[in-house]
Design a protein around this ligand. Structure first.
Ligand SMILES: Nc1ncnc2c1ncn2[C@@H]1O[C@H](COP(=O)(O)OP(=O)(O)OP(=O)(O)O)[C@@H](O)[C@H]1O
Ligand SMILES: [Mg+2]
Length: 242
């Protein structure tokens, strides 16, 4: 689903955010990107979303070489990717349902068709009962879930999230991860940047660790099992996360 081949991103001023990075994320995977502040996590996601372009190397998303996606085709390209950010950028002058409907209206759906999809998306994040509320009146976790509903309302095959639980307490973070995992179970590929290693390890998902723009080998499973012993439950196991 995502393939980076020797990708380098250098920002004006000489800062190299990613250095000759190569990685592959298969369809249907749920993968976390971790690493210190400034390691290049957001840059990695921005290259996938075409918010930034690589200085050199190739980024392939869903079989498409992103170098071939021209500027005017970027909005259509982005519609196929759900994006969730720590700062969810909701519009506070309109209700929850309008916020979630936005990508559909931009894509040209009729309000009637959009309405159905919006309710389905809100239902998936457990917020159908809040559709008429102003986002301002919602808790931080609820607002983040509105952001997730907006990201998935176009039914993307790929969801990328940058620190989606950064502002949430552990219980709410867990709730958000459960929602992500449910999407993953119905086939959505997820790539999530996060600092929350304890939560990631509990989920048992693959972790890509960046260090100064390069891949840092995550500890392999044998080391991991030796360390965590019986507490380790692999992804897909009956671990009570659903
Ligand atoms: N627009 C930009 N212009 C110049 N340098 C940038 C730009 N965006 C990112 N950088 C630099 O690239 C490096 C990687 O930044 P990035 O935002 O990808 O890190 P991150 O891993 O997401 O960090 P954090 O955990 O703090 O969000 C940093 O050194 C940063 O200063
Ligand atoms: Mg970041």
């Amino acid at each position: 689903m995502i393939h980076f081949e020797n990708v380098t991103k250098r920002f004006p001023g000489g800062q190299e955010a990613l250095s000759a990075l190569s990685l592959t994320i298969d369809k249907g995977e749920m993968v976390f990107v971790t690493g210190h502040s400034g390691a290049g996590k957001s840059t990695l996601l921005k290259l996938i979303a075409l918010i930034e372009r690589p200085t050199s190397g190739q980024v392939v998303v869903d079989g498409k070489d992103t170098r071939r996606v021209r500027r005017r085709k970027i909005p259509a390209y982005r519609r196929q990717i759900g994006m969730v950010f720590q700062d969810h950028k909701l519009l506070y002058d309109r209700p929850v349902s309008d916020n979630v409907a936005l990508p559909l209206i931009i894509a040209g759906l009729s309000p009637r068709d959009a309405g159905k999809r919006v309710r389905a998306a809100l239902d998936q994040v457990g917020l159908l009962h809040k559709e008429k509320k102003n986002p301002e009146t919602l808790s931080a976790g609820e607002q983040q879930r509105v952001g997730i509903a907006r990201a998935i309302v176009t039914r993307p095959k790929l969801l990328i999230a940058d620190e989606p639980t950064g502002n949430l307490d552990p219980d709410l973070s867990l709730e958000v991860m459960r929602i992500f995992r449910r999407f993953n179970e119905v086939g959505v590929t997820l790539l999530i940047a996060s600092h929350d290693i304890a939560l990631i390890d509990k989920l048992g998902c693959r972790r890509i660790e960046l260090e100064e723009g390069r891949l840092q080998q995550a500890p392999d499973e044998d080391d991991f099992l030796a360390h965590f012993g019986d507490d380790y439950v692999p992804q897909g196991g009956d671990d009570g996360w659903r």
